[in-house]
Design a protein around this ligand. Structure first.
Ligand code: PGA
Length: 251
């Protein structure tokens, strides 16, 4: 599996800014071949972005997905709908959704199930808050989040899974967890997923990304890490040159 760079555009860009950035990324990242590039625009622009990308090397992710398959759920967007328009990935359980939009572990588990039913690869976000970190609970939180999200999932272990380890305190704060400090977290994540499925599944089907205040100055250390398979970026992904420089470092 290739290393991966996911750009999470959150609710930051208007239609024209989304299409403009997509257009330029497509041209600028044309030669990137060793890194799988994935962009996650707002739901409302997914189809337009897909059309603009055409057969480019850039894949599409949704920023979230409904926990239900279909029916009377006003405002929700199902995994099947996303799959239909060519979305390959869906971010699930981002800390902004967990903390600001009351997304629960149970909902996250349902969302992951829905993804696999529709042929979408989930990008499961996990990570501890500043308080949990300072009270020594990082490991407990990560293990709990992984168990809740990944237990009894139809579609595992035969499909791919992406995990984004994003300490909440590092997101959008300018404070990052240095690459060399990720090993203990990778060990916990690998041990937990291996116990739920198998080590073979982890080694062959799981990609582990780091996310949290990564920019082009520090990206290299994450790409160089033996424990990581890529990076998820928020703020830096809104800037064409930052995006380009981060992607190039991974080649
Ligand atoms: P950031 O966001 O790169 O701006 O910290 C990462 C994320 O929210 O996934």
């Amino acid at each position: 599996m290739k290393k991966m760079l996911i750009a999470n555009w959150k609710m930051e860009l208007t239609e024209s800014a989304t299409l403009d950035l997509t257009f330029h990324l497509k041209k600028r990242l044309k030669k990137i071949s060793q890194v799988e590039i994935v962009i996650a625009p707002s739901f409302v622009y997914l189809k337009e972005v897909k059309n603009l990308l055409g057969k480019s090397n850039i894949a599409l992710a949704a920023q979230t997905v409904a926990a239900q398959q279909k029916g009377k759920f006003t405002g929700e967007v199902s995994a099947e709908m996303l799959s239909e328009i060519g979305c390959q990935y869906a971010i699930v359980g981002h800390s902004e959704r967990r903390l600001k939009l009351n997304e629960t572990d149970e909902m996250i588990n349902h969302k992951i199930n829905q993804c696999y039913h529709a042929g979408i690869i989930p990008v499961l976000c996990i990570g501890e808050s500043a308080e949990q970190k300072s009270s020594g609970q990082s490991d407990t939180v990560i293990v709990r989040q992984l168990h809740a999200a990944l237990e009894k999932v139809d579609g595992l272990p035969e499909n791919e899974l992406v995990i984004a380890y994003e300490p909440v305190w590092a997101i959008g704060s300018g404070q990052f967890l240095p690459a060399e400090q990720i090993f203990p977290f990778q060990r916990t994540i690998k041990r937990t997923i291996s116990s739920l499925y198998s080590e073979k599944f982890y080694d062959e089907n799981v990609r582990l990304l780091y996310g949290g205040s990564v920019n082009s100055i520090i990206a290299k250390s994450y790409w160089a890490s033996d424990f990581l398979d890529g990076i998820l970026i928020g703020g830096a992904s809104l800037d064409l040159e930052e995006m380009y420089n981060i992607a190039v470092e991974g080649e």
